[in-house]
Ligand binder design. Structure first.
Ligand SMILES: [Zn+2]
Ligand SMILES: [Zn+2]
Length: 225
């Protein structure tokens, strides 16, 4: 029997890169649950302390939820911890040592909880993608979709389980990339003044779809970001 993650993935094929779409959706739900249920969870609070808050991208994404109360609780915790450390400065601690202790802006801090959750969701859906790649229903819908963005294509290939399927994935995606290049060519042709009376067809937004294909949806987790 197929799991709900499969149906989520199948449905997401209508939304551009399905992995980007599901990662964004998962983060949105996770942030919502976080603000309304887990802000006071001691385990979660500890995790947030350990990672010294959230990464820049997620801190501002969370801010846009507008729940000031929940975020005030979180940041009171974080700021108090920093204040405590800063107050401990005395002649026996060098500024370098202090910075190490309070961990401000250093690479040693743990991954932000939302980044971790995005990474998990990404891997979970890539795994479901491969589980069903050979399934006739899934394969049909995938072949007729936008396909994967290049960062998620790279991740899928990194996790390949079978050379034949990996080759098939590359074949399908190569076709999709060639299709986009042809659309871009048509888009640019129509921009040319000699054809300026011609209306744009489906290639009108090809440049935007190409950005998504190349780099993924806006604001989605990327390794090293
Ligand atoms: Zn993607
Ligand atoms: Zn993050």
């Amino acid at each position: 029997m197929k799991h709900s993650t499969y149906f989520n993935l199948l449905e997401a094929l209508k939304e551009g890169c399905p992995i980007c779409f599901l990662v964004k959706k998962t983060t949105h739900k996770f942030m919502d649950d976080f603000l309304y249920e887990s802000v006071n969870d001691p385990g979660v609070r500890q995790e947030i302390k350990a990672s010294q808050g959230f990464c820049n991208r997620h801190a501002w994404q969370l801010q846009k939820f507008g729940d000031g109360f929940g975020q005030a609780i979180v940041y009171s915790d974080l700021m108090n911890a920093v204040l405590k450390e800063l107050k401990e400065i005395n002649e026996s601690i060098s500024v370098k040592e202090l910075l190490k202790r309070i961990n401000l802006g250093t690479a040693t801090r743990q991954i932000c909880i939302f980044c971790k959750q995005e990474k998990d969701a990404e891997e979970r859906y890539i795994s479901v993608f491969w589980d069903n790649f050979d399934d006739p229903e899934f394969s049909f819908h995938y072949k007729n979709s936008f396909g994967l963005c290049l960062p998620h294509l790279a991740l899928a290939l990194k996790k390949y389980r079978n050379k034949r399927l990996a080759k098939e994935l590359i074949n399908i995606e190569t076709g999709k990339i060639s299709g986009l290049i042809a659309e871009l060519k048509e888009f640019m042709r129509k921009h040319d003044y000699r054809f300026s009376k011609e209306k744009f067809g489906k290639e009108g937004d090809s440049w935007i779809r190409t950005i998504e294909k190349f780099i993924g949806k806006e604001g989605v987790y990327q390794k090293g970001a």
